[in-house]
Ligand binder design. Structure first.
Ligand SMILES: Cc1cc2nc3c(=O)[nH]c(=O)nc-3n(C[C@H](O)[C@H](O)[C@H](O)COP(=O)(O)O)c2cc1C
Length: 341
């Protein structure tokens, strides 16, 4: 969970509790990433993964009047808007870091890693996970040699993993619900599937395992853990509940699910221009956070966010595991499976 929530303490806490955690490489510098991997290794001897953003296509982006709109917004918060520049989030250098560090599992989002990077990672024994949101993306990920697929359903918090943001779709592409996505993708590939999106209870974990996934990937349930780096303003907004979530391009130019606030409501037609808009709105978001104002910062969260609490990560993982087991037994009984008692 890039952008603040991901910390070495959260990842280490998760893996110590028996889950498999991913450290976010997105939007952190290369040296910071190296340091974070070291820091996590100092906290746990158990394996963990790293998640990398693949670069978005560099195209001539027409921001229309959006630049002016953000300039006015930023002024309200007493800052200048950022430069709407393209960048690649130092993709290649981050791949170098995880290859050198022999990170056992590396996942990618926003597109596929280059074939030569997949080969380099596999050469050092790293498993490569590609995030996909549609059967078509799954087919492309199989082609490039991914070892497993993270299937991200519509309810997921944060950015949609779509390979190419299609402006014709509010969600950047067809918004598949998790279960149909899992079933359709399983019909095409035997690669292990990791299910993500809207899961908040161990019963949900059991449900996706029953649907054929080998694992469940959860984000939002960890946002209020004391070990997470989630901002105080976002924690308060999550705890207060009462807001719907929606998918928006308003903050970053790529579709992402978060709590509805004023900025999202007032900019429903933001252009598809990642990471240009992310760079454009950064000072505004930071200023809003400093001012304690949730109305002009991104509050990424999945649809099930009202069900997430603020327990430590170890407790969240233990509760999920116990609930999953309970759910499996209850379902077996309901189905009359022999020996379920
Ligand atoms: C605050 C936040 C940040 C996220 N950052 C990333 C990220 O850096 N890389 C990534 O692949 N997915 C990211 N995601 C998406 C998760 O990988 C996952 O798809 C999602 O959390 C699952 O849905 P849930 O939030 O309902 O559990 C993020 C999600 C949230 C809520």
């Amino acid at each position: 969970m890039a952008g603040g929530p991901s910390t070495p303490a959260l990842v280490a806490g998760a893996v110590e509790a028996g889950a498999f955690g991913f450290l976010a490489a997105g939007m952190v510098g290369v040296e910071a990433l190296r340091a974070r991997i070291e820091e996590t290794r100092a906290l746990t001897e158990k394996p963990f993964g790293v998640n990398i953003f693949t670069p978005s296509a560099r195209s001539a982006v027409d921001l229309g009047d959006y630049r002016e709109r953000v300039r006015v917004e930023a002024e309200r918060y007493g800052v200048a808007a950022g430069e709407p520049e393209w960048d690649d989030d130092q993709y290649a250098a981050k791949v170098d870091v995880v290859v050198e560090a022999r990170v056992p599992v590396v996942s990618f989002t926003f597109g596929l890693p280059r074939a030569r990077d997949v080969a380099r990672l596999k050469d050092v024994g790293t498993s490569v996970v590609a995030t996909v949101t549609t059967p078509a993306e799954a087919r492309a990920a199989v082609e490039v040699g991914a070892d497993a697929l993270c299937v991200q359903g519509a309810a997921a918090g944060g950015h949609r993993g779509v390979f190419q943001d299609d402006p014709a779709f509010p969600g950047g592409g067809p918004l598949y619900d998790l279960l149909p996505a899992l079933r359709l993708i399983a019909a095409e590939t035997r690669l292990p599937l990791i299910a993500a999106g809207g899961l908040s209870h161990g019963g949900d974990v059991a449900a996706v395992l029953a649907a054929g996934a080998i694992a469940a990937q959860l984000g939002t349930v960890f946002l209020r853990c004391p070990e997470a780096g989630t901002s105080a303003v976002q924690r308060a907004a999550l705890a207060a509940g009462g807001r719907e979530t929606t998918v928006t391009r308003a903050f970053t130019g790529r579709p992402a699910r978060g709590l509805v606030n004023r900025f999202i409501a007032e900019h429903p037609d933001a252009p598809s221009a990642y990471p240009n808009l992310n760079n454009l709105t950064r000072p505004l978001r930071a200023a809003a956070a400093r001012a304690g104002d949730p109305e002009a910062m991104s509050l990424w969260a999945g649809q099930a966010y009202p069900l997430a609490g603020d327990a430590p990560v170890a407790e969240v993982v233990a509760v999920l595991a116990a609930q999953a087991e309970e759910a499996v037994v209850a379902v077996a009984r309901r189905l009359g499976v022999t020996g379920a008692d």
